[in-house]
Design a protein around this ligand. Structure first.
Ligand code: CP
Length: 326
């Protein structure tokens, strides 16, 4: 167990070693048990987390805010539009100044080509941990909650389990690619054979793909890329299908929106789920475009674990905060 996480940032999924992620999971399961039993676990009494949002949120805000209160501390919700950032406060100033007020700074900034750089610039100037509530490249807390959920449903030994990370159709907007990128980076470290499925225009970032392939090699797991959703679903243990944008293919949002329209048949429905193993689970980080990206029947069906995933956001985040902000 690697317990020396005090003061550490969590910006990219590989910032924590596999052993450190295992420590986070152990603590997360313990905190989940303590909450179920009503046992106090105020490890962060008198500590305050800044939550700086450049983009909307339901689960991330709710789970960080509730989690900090349960740990005995407080979370300050800061909507970027209400700050002086647009009038000149630089990332350096945010890091320097918030680092003196707060015990941790959590940031969500998903703008393509901007978000991750912003988090790293704040981190450079901050004396307290920077926690990534989702950027354009990674969504590490979602991924930790997903891993926790998979362990709950499929057990600790995940070797040779087939996990499908699939693109799905949604026309509402070009969603960030941070969730699939975090999944392909983290899941090979825990033994799963990852199959990444997407139409040709929805490639992930080449540098992330290289790192994912390196993790799969290092941990002796399978890693395959296909362009056929149905072929990917065959005999899968875990189906994780969500939409993301064509930003790697084209930075032009209108061109990206036109490309998405070609693939409305990439919906997760009952027929496709039947191609997977009978005990396969369906995962989605939410929000989803219901009956466009996934049918109600799948989302609300017996194979869906989406609400457990959403709950586990809070337990995983509490674990990281308790370990890094103490
Ligand atoms: N999954 C997730 O990050 O949800 P929110 O966008 O609602 O925070």
């Amino acid at each position: 167990m690697q317990t020396d996480l005090r003061g550490r940032d969590l910006i990219g999924d590989l910032d924590f070693s596999k052993e450190e992620v295992e420590t986070v999971l152990d603590v997360a399961f313990d905190l989940k048990r303590k909450r179920a039993l009503g046992e106090s676990h105020a490890y962060l009494r008198d500590k305050v987390l800044a939550m700086l949002f450049f983009f909307s949120s339901t689960r991330t805000r709710g789970s960080f805010e509730a989690g900090m209160a349960q740990l005995g501390g407080h979370a300050a919700f800061i909507e970027s539009k209400t700050t002086q950032i647009s009038h000149g406060d630089t990332p350096k100033e945010i890091g320097e100044i918030f680092g003196r007020y707060f015990d941790g700074i959590a940031i969500r900034h998903v703008d393509w080509g901007v978000g991750n750089g912003y988090l790293n610039a704040v981190a450079k100037a901050s004396r307290v941990p920077i926690l990534n509530m989702q950027c354009d490249i990674y969504h590490p807390f979602q991924c930790l909650a997903d891993l926790m959920t998979i362990i709950e449903k499929k057990g600790r030994d995940l070797r040779r389990k087939k996990m499908v990370v699939s693109w799905a159709y949604a026309a509402s907007y070009q969603k960030p690619m941070s969730v699939p990128q975090s999944l392909v980076l983290q899941m090979p470290r825990f033994g799963m054979d990852v199959v990444l499925a997407h139409p040709p225009e929805f490639k992930l970032m080449p540098e992330v793909m290289e790192q994912a392939q390196e993790q799969a090699r290092k941990f002796g797991t399978g890693f395959e890329v296909v362009d056929d959703m149905e072929a990917a679903f065959k005999d899968a243990d875990i189906i994780y299908a969500k939409s993301w944008g064509a930003m790697v293919h084209t930075p032009d949002a209108n061109a990206g929106a036109e490309i998405i329209k070609k693939y409305s048949h990439w919906i997760t429905d009952e027929r496709k789920m039947a191609l997977a193993k009978s005990d396969a689970i369906y995962m989605h980080p939410l929000p989803a475009d219901r009956n466009i990206e996934v049918t109600d029947g799948v989302m609300d069906g017996v194979q869906s674990v989406v609400y457990d995933e959403a709950e586990n956001r809070m337990h995983a985040q509490k674990a990281v905060m308790a370990l890094t902000m103490k």
